[in-house]
Design a protein around this ligand. Structure first.
Ligand code: CUA
Length: 313
């Protein structure tokens, strides 16, 4: 009856899907069996005890203890079996193994944001290693969303002000579809994400260099993305306004006066140094408050920031 399963359910792509599918198909078969069994009994009884003549009087029967016990105890055993089967599956889906990779999922109208252990962030594209457990720690910035991966047989609400968790081990390389399964406003049906199940090698490349989108992005655009997402915008403006740090507008090629009393030409090396060793040169009139970005930015992202600053004329 594998054709029925493949008709009813999408192809399974994670470990505990088989457990969910086993129980699901058991309930389907049970339902189909009792549909025909009960239907046949109704037709049999209607025929066997039909009224044969006008004025016929039937014997006065109040109950049948043996029959009532049978139709109570057997269904009770069946539903208890379904309960324990489902409970076992629920627990194994709820408790992640200790060695699972933890990825933080943030839902907001109408995107999914993923944050990896090394600080990498992606929007609407989740990269996970093949055959390794992954645990998602999920929260929402606005309304209730729901993270739904049909091929993993996973669905969990994502709530504001509370963390919910799910975990899985992806077993099929390739791309899986994520839906939002809780109505969250006009963009709800567009709130889609893809799970890229990567080989170890692909996953390493992704962590080192970013996803396909980032790798192909022009440096200047990548720089703006870093500026917006990694906190640069908190202190540095790009329109000349004075912030906690010097504005980036038009600084490339200028000479900055440092607190060491020397002039420093703003070039590629100066910017790189300022990102990695922010206390090396502090511009006069500013506090030495910038944190280092060592280990937080990839080489290409630093190049991107340099190109972005160059473009701000
Ligand atoms: Cu988010 Cu529906």
């Amino acid at each position: 009856m594998n054709w029925l399963q493949s008709f009813l359910l999408p192809k399974a792509a994670a470990t505990h899907a088989s457990e969910v599918d086993g129980l699901f198909m058991f309930i389907i078969y049970l339902t189909v069996f009792f549909f025909f069994f009960n239907g046949a009994l109704i037709f049999y009884a209607a025929h066997r005890w039909r009224r044969r003549s006008a004025g016929e009087v039937t014997p006065h029967t109040t109950h049948n203890t043996k029959l009532e016990l049978i139709w109570s105890i057997i269904p009770l055993m069946v539903v208890m079996m379904i309960f324990f089967w489902g409970f076992k599956g629920y627990i194994s889906a709820a408790v992640a193994p200790n060695d699972a990779t933890e990825i933080v999922v943030t839902a907001k109208k109408w995107v999914w944001q993923f944050e990896y252990p090394d600080g990498t962030r992606t929007l609407n594209d989740l990269h996970v290693p093949l055959n390794k457990p992954v645990k998602l720690i999920m929260h929402s910035e606005d309304v209730i969303h729901s993270f739904f991966v049909p091929t993993f047989r996973l669905k969990r609400d994502v709530l504001p002000g509370r963390y919910t968790e799910i975990w899985f081990t992806a077993t099929e390389p390739g791309v899986q579809q994520v839906f939002c399964a809780e109505y969250c406003g006009k963009g709800h049906s567009d709130m889609l994400a893809k799970i890229h199940v990567d080989t170890d090698e692909q996953y390493e490349t992704f962590l080192r260099e970013g996803d396909e989108q980032v790798r192909q992005m022009p440096l200047k655009d990548l720089g703006r993305l870093v500026y917006e997402n990694k906190g640069c915008a908190t202190c540095h403006s790009v329109d000349g306004t004075r912030g906690q740090g010097p504005s980036w507008k038009g600084i490339f090629g200028q000479v900055h006066q440092g607190t060491d009393g020397k002039g420093h030409l703003v070039d590629e090396n100066y910017i790189r140094e300022s990102i990695l060793y922010p206390q090396a040169v502090v511009v006069q009139g500013f506090e030495p408050i910038m944190p280092t970005f060592q280990g937080l930015l990839r080489e290409r992202e630093i190049l991107g920031v340099i190109e972005y600053i160059k473009s701000l004329k």
